[in-house]
Structures are given as structure tokens and as C-alpha cells.
Design a protein around this ligand. Sequence first.
Ligand SMILES: [Zn+2]
Length: 238
Amino acid sequence: MDISDGKPVVRPNHATKLATAGKPPIQHASTGGADSEPKPLKREGVSFFRKIFQSEPEKRSVDCFHCGKLFDVVCDAQSSQCPKCGGYISLKDFGVDNDWRRRIQTRGDVIILKSGSIIGVDVQCHDLTVFGKLEASVECSGTLRIRSHGKIVGNLKCRELRVERGAVVEFQGEIHTESAFIDGDVKAQITCSGTITLEKKAHLQGLARAGGLIVKAGAKHTGMMEIVKVSSDDAIAV
Ligand SMILES: [Zn+2]
């Protein structure tokens, strides 16, 4: 992630992807056979180029901001267009290291660095990682990862919530998620369609509504717990 003059800039993630995916296996001269000369890496070289130019590019699913349609995009792409409604979908990543006051709408990832804050705007993205300050309404199609301290203001919607060990946070809005992993000290009101997992160092205070709860040894929960049945069996029974 590049930060330039405090402004979020696009991470050239395609370069990173090529560097890791395309790395040819290292062949040591000593394993190359009887010749003392290192063998040319012809075979490896061919597979290296085949990997880049001929294999299917890595894809991931994104959902359209405008109509909700789920579709595949190439991981390295910077933008895409919804096949259903034709809407523009940005796939840019953002790193925020100062006070950010503009709306963010991307299906790329956003990181709020320790010196950064997003206040008073809407954020739509894929993964959101928070080291800094967040006072915003968030819709995250991936993982919302909290590593900060203090209050988080605004309603949050995500596929997966992760509060890392050591984080001490108070969520002042509502959280809607499909799954949650908590290993920090959390005050929150959580609605989770799947399972909330309280890891060893977790302390959750507040109302939790979830399809299930896993409490690891050492974890604590104070407050109300409501088990909401969302399995298909129940849907039929109702
Ligand atoms: Zn659409």
C-alpha cells in the first residue's frame, strides 16, 4: 500500500501478484546434474511464462453496489462493470493515514492506519482493517478487522467481524455480520446470522444475537445472549 502526501493511493497490486505467483523455482547448480555449469532454466522458464500468460487469472467474487448482483472479477483489476446493471465498480485499495472526509466506494480493501481516521462518511469496501479511528457507516463485503482502541461509531455491516487480541473497543452502532471472531475486549451489540466465536482473551459485553456461540476456555461474556435459529430446518418448520 502506498501513501503519498497523506492521500490514499492505489496499490499496484498487480505487480505484487506477479512477483509472488510467477517466481520460478530456484534451481541450485549442485542439483542440476554432473555438469559443473549451471543448467539453463529452460523448463522452469516455460512454466513461468505459461503461468502468467496462459493460465486462468485469479478471480474473486464481488457484489454490485447498485443492484447487488454477485459476479467474478480478476483479482488484479482496478475496476469493473456490473454485468447486470452496467454500474461502475471500483476495485481500488485505499490506505488512510490522515483525516479522511470523503465517501469511499470500492470493492477493493481499505486500511485505516494508526494515524488515520474516517469520520462522518459512508464506507463501502471489501476488507476493512482498522488501526486508527472509525466513525462511519460501513458496509464490508469481506472481513472487518479491528486492531484499534477506543470508540467506533456508526452502524457496521460485514461478512466477517474480527476483533484482534489486545484491541479494546466500544462499538456505538449496531453490528450485523455473518460470523464473528472476538479475541479482544469488546462492548457491542452484535447480530450475527452465523456463529460468534469468543477466543481465549475475549471479553464481550452487551447484547449478542447469533446462530451459535463458541466460547473458548478463558473467554468471557457479560450481557444478554440470544440464540437465533437461522438454519434451513427452522425455515421449513416455520
Ligand atoms: Zn449492478
